[in-house]
Design a protein around this ligand. Structure first.
Ligand SMILES: [Zn+2]
Length: 88
């Protein structure tokens, strides 16, 4: 499933559109077209499970829908592991 939402660069705060494939991993790594900053996007909060009422077949694991806002904020990649110097 491909779509072209707008992302807001975490660094320069500019908005840019990019085609992304929403199949599989909800975490995207994009590159800001203005300054080349790497932008990490976690789409997991926008994920919506599509409840299918049909019985039996048809309700596959791909029945996932993303409710994306008009402008999706991004974050700095690798911010979960800050480089800390330990002196032992
Ligand atoms: Zn930028």
């Amino acid at each position: 499933m491909k779509t072209r939402p707008s992302f807001v660069c975490w660094q320069c705060e500019r908005t840019f559109g990019q085609v992304v494939d929403l199949t599989g991993e909800p975490v995207l790594l994009l590159e800001c077209p203005y300054f080349g900053a790497a932008c990490k996007v976690d789409l997991a909060p926008y994920k919506q499970r599509v409840v299918t009422v049909t019985r039996g077949e048809g309700a596959g694991p791909d029945a996932v829908h993303y409710e994306l806002p008009g402008r999706i904020p991004t974050s700095e990649p690798g911010d979960k592991t800050p480089a800390q110097e330990t002196s032992t």
